[in-house]
Design a protein. Structure first.
Length: 386
């Protein structure tokens, strides 16, 4: 695993616990300490060259329901706000956020506070592909902060290594006037119960997006690098979480699926090698578009069901103001294999599901709507009402 070490305190939800400074909290001086070490990684971003956020403060509390003014908060104030490009942390690269002593116990809630954009000084911003840097709106982040509920336990005299995964692709949403807002999607994984999956796609398919999924939901995503290599890390061990499905997607290429890949603690599970990479055939693409009730604050996923199992092939956030969305889907049959431990894996096309998808709109309220689409031809006006 490649590690990228930063001496500054970079963005971290639960963790700038690892920062120096701060204060607050109700712990007794006699409470035994453990050590929390934190790193950060990122999933790929859709349509952006850079996604910048500037962290000013992090607060942590053992109570998941604690309000802004309730007791039990420990505040970590950065010596100076730090502007971080989330997209520098893809394909297994980790930013080392440092470590610190922390009273032993279980922690539940983290608040991430960001610096404010001020005039022409952009603390939080995005750079669309081929575009210029533009502001990124961060509602509530500069006052009460973003609330993240992610339990983790600090044991006495023990090191806890926590990796935060900030999914920039699912976290940046567009508004009707072409501006952007941040709706953060973040997970945290203790490395003591995790391992990784790696592999290679053909060099000509470098840049492909690779997902680790369970039950049709993305757990982790990354990009294949210039050599075709991809690393999905960290992933909770299979004995706790179950096996994973590896899904490979790219424009103008058929999708690839490797089913039932196991993850073992502190172990790399390879699904292909540089000498025998996964090579996917070309595919035409179709565009599916429509609108979702704007105030639903929804995302739209394209699921392809193979056998009885769904796989997420694409997703996009609907426009916050208009509800408009658009995504490209491959029309060719997906290639599927099941992990056996022996490489290279054998893949077979599944022509019966070529171009067949279920579009699912998921509202912020938790409500869901779905409809089938056929990617043999482009379809517009695939609308969802909430």
């Amino acid at each position: 695993m490649v590690r990228k070490y930063w001496k500054i305190l970079t963005l971290a939800m639960p963790v700038l616990l690892a920062a120096c400074g701060g204060g607050g909290g109700d712990s007794s001086p006699s409470t035994p300490n453990g050590t929390l070490h934190v790193s950060m990684t990122d999933a790929p971003s859709c349509g952006f060259e850079h996604v910048y956020v500037t962290v000013s403060q992090v607060r942590v509390n053992a109570n998941s329901q604690a309000g802004d003014s309730d007791a039990g908060w420990t505040s970590i104030v950065l010596p100076s706000p730090q502007k971080i490009d989330l997209l520098s942390l893809t394909n297994g690269v980790l930013a080392d956020l440092g470590q610190t002593a922390l009273p032993a116990g279980q922690y539940q809630q983290v608040r991430l506070l960001l610096a404010s954009n001020s005039g022409n000084t952009l603390a939080n911003s995005v750079v669309p592909n081929g575009g210029k840097e533009v502001p990124l709106d961060t509602p509530s982040a500069t006052q009460s902060g973003y609330k993240i509920i992610q339990p983790f336990t600090v044991q006495p005299n023990t090191l806890v290594d926590l990796v935060l995964d900030f999914n920039a692709c699912k976290s940046v949403v567009t508004r009707g006037n072409g501006s952007y807002a941040l709706k953060p999607v973040v997970t945290a994984t203790p490395t003591t119960v995790s391992g990784q999956i790696s592999g290679y796609v053909a060099r000509g398919q470098a840049g492909a997006t690779v997902f680790a999924e369970q039950n049709g939901k993305v757990v982790k995503g990354t990009l294949a690098d210039s050599t075709g290599k991809f690393v999905l890390s960290p992933l909770i061990q299979s004995t706790t979480q179950g096996n994973y499905d590896v899904v490979i997607v790219q424009n103008n290429v058929a999708s690839g699926v490797v089913r039932s890949v196991p993850v073992v603690v502190n172990t790399n599970t390879a699904v292909s090698t540089s000498d025998a990479p996964i090579a996917l055939p070309a595919s035409s693409m179709s565009t599916t578009s429509g609108t979702v009730t704007a105030n639903a604050d929804a995302s739209v996923r394209a699921l392809q069901t193979i056998g009885a199992s769904p796989y997420e092939i694409a997703s996009v956030n609907a426009n916050l103001d208009t509800g408009a969305y658009q995504m490209a889907l491959p029309a060719a049959a997906p290639l599927v294999s099941t992990y056996t431990g022996a490489l290279p894996l054998g893949f077979a096309a599944v022509p019966a599901v070529a171009g067949q998808y279920t579009l699912e709109a998921d509202a912020a309220s938790g409500a869901t709507r779905s409809t089938p689409v056929n990617a043999a031809t482009s379809q517009s006006n695939v609308d969802f009402g909430f």
